[in-house]
Design a protein around this ligand. Structure first.
Ligand SMILES: *Cc1c(COP(=O)(O)O)cnc(C)c1O
Length: 427
């Protein structure tokens, strides 16, 4: 039996034995000629989201107008925060939904630096997402001129060693902030282990869960996490610009002060008192009016992830990425591709990065194929990373198989030579 026939068989067995197979039908996906592997940037749209949004727009907004604030919207935030708490392993009163990941990161990092009065060290790693690094740079520039940012360098561009973190932490470290799953390589930290190391030096830890939430089984509370932020438009399928979340462990909520004193963080916003009075607990991390329409799109998505269960999602994610790597080793490595993600599923999130000198043009060929081929949508991260996101709720093992075979064909036929190297704004 030729090798690829064996892989094809394995793929169809994977799909037959997939306990999450029925969830694919919950998403818009009638285009049979599209393989969507970019759920780590913008998840597919749940059918229920478009239906629910239409009702919210036409009835709650269109007909009931301001009355809907009391009838439907004022508690929406709490309801959705509770669903997110369930997905990330936190208590409901430890999660706030609203604003963007970047803004929430600012609130929590600022609060942490203020709280750690006698410390000036800020620690992160070179795998972290640029926005997080910019936010820290801006904070030092505008408000914490004595503070220094120390960026731990990855040796291989894929992972960071725990001994590097241990060495970099000291009794001057105010804050350690890391992406739990690295956006480029998918390297995943053992959260409990890092928290323990930081806490033993008295440092606070702020996690960015943007590539973890909805993809891996998180237990924030159990892992003694201090603070976290994350977005909901990636593996949580909340739609473009969906509101982000933040988490603050209960016993830290009174110690950390949101630097943005908006009326939605006030104890009694509708008293219209001219003086700010901090709201209780996690509510104090709010700022302004929540984005109701975006939240309406998010609600059905969160229900889907909860119903599927994070254990089952993670299980399938590991099987898919392992299958992809098994095929890659046999078929793609001899053709000049390199794997730029950890080899062990336990040390990875739900995407895989491949490197190839022609990575960008190969991405273009995947998306815009010659002839009758399916269009395959990955994304590209400079300089040469082809990122393939496996979303367990709607991707299949057969899609994984077809993607590897298509990458092989593009490399062998040099089909990518028909494309130029010009970039669109969003890649
Ligand atoms: C996607 C992503 C973000 C996005 O931040 P926004 O403020 O929502 O644009 C932040 N951090 C990480 C690690 C991400 O992957």
């Amino acid at each position: 039996m030729p090798q690829h026939t064996a892989f094809r068989k394995k793929a169809s067995e994977g799909d037959q034995n997939d306990p999450l197979a029925s969830f694919r039908a919950a998403f818009v996906g009638e285009d049979e000629n599209l393989i969507y592997l970019d759920g780590n940037s913008l998840g597919r749209m749940p059918l229920a989201s478009s239906k629910h949004m239409r009702m919210v727009v036409e009835t709650q907004w269109g007909k009931k107008l301001i009355q809907s604030w009391n009838d439907h919207w004022i508690n929406l935030n709490e309801r959705l925060s509770e669903k997110i708490a369930h997905i990330i392993g936190a208590n409901p009163d430890e999660v706030f939904l609203g604003d963007s990941t970047s803004v929430n990161f600012y609130k929590l990092a600022f609060a942490a630096l203020k709280q750690q009065t006698d410390r000036t060290g800020i620690l992160t790693d070179s795998l972290n997402f640029p926005s997080d690094l910019y936010l820290i740079q801006g904070m030092i520039n505008s408000s914490f001129p004595q503070h220094k940012l120390n960026v731990i360098e990855s040796m291989d561009g894929i992972s960071i060693g725990y001994e590097q973190i241990e060495k970099a932490l000291n009794d001057n470290t105010a804050l350690l902030t890391l992406s739990h799953v690295a956006y480029r390589s998918a390297f995943m930290y053992d959260m409990t282990r890092v928290n323990e190391m930081a806490h033993s030096q008295g440092a606070l830890v702020l996690w960015d869960l943007s590539h973890s939430a909805g993809a891996v089984a998180l237990k924030l509370h159990e892992a003694s996490a201090d603070m976290a932020v994350g977005c909901t438009y990636k593996y949580l399928n909340g739609g473009p610009g969906a509101p982000a979340f933040l988490y603050v462990r209960r016993d830290l909520q009174e110690k950390l002060r949101n630097p943005v004193w908006g009326w939605f963080g006030h104890n009694k916003p509708f008293d219209f008192d001219p003086t700010y009075m901090k709201g209780d607990g996690i509510k104090s991390f709010g700022a302004g009016t929540p984005p109701i329409l975006s939240m309406a799109a998010l609600e059905p998505s969160l229900t889907i992830s909860s119903e599927a269960g994070m254990q089952a999602i993670r299980q399938k994610s590991m099987l898919m990425s392992n299958f992809f790597l098994e095929m890659t080793r046999e078929i793609l490595l001899p053709l000049g591709f390199k794997v730029a993600s950890p080899a062990e599923a336990e040390r990875r999130g739900s995407h895989i990065s491949l490197k190839h000198p022609e990575g960008y043009r190969i991405c273009k060929s995947l998306i815009q194929p010659e002839g009758q081929q399916k269009s395959i949508v990955p994304d590209f991260r400079p300089p040469d990373n082809i990122r393939l996101g496996f979303a367990p709720l709607y991707n299949t093992f057969t899609e994984v198989y077809e993607t590897v075979m298509r990458l092989r064909d593009i490399a062998v036929s040099r089909e990518f030579e028909r494309h130029d190297s010009s970039r669109s704004t969003v890649t």
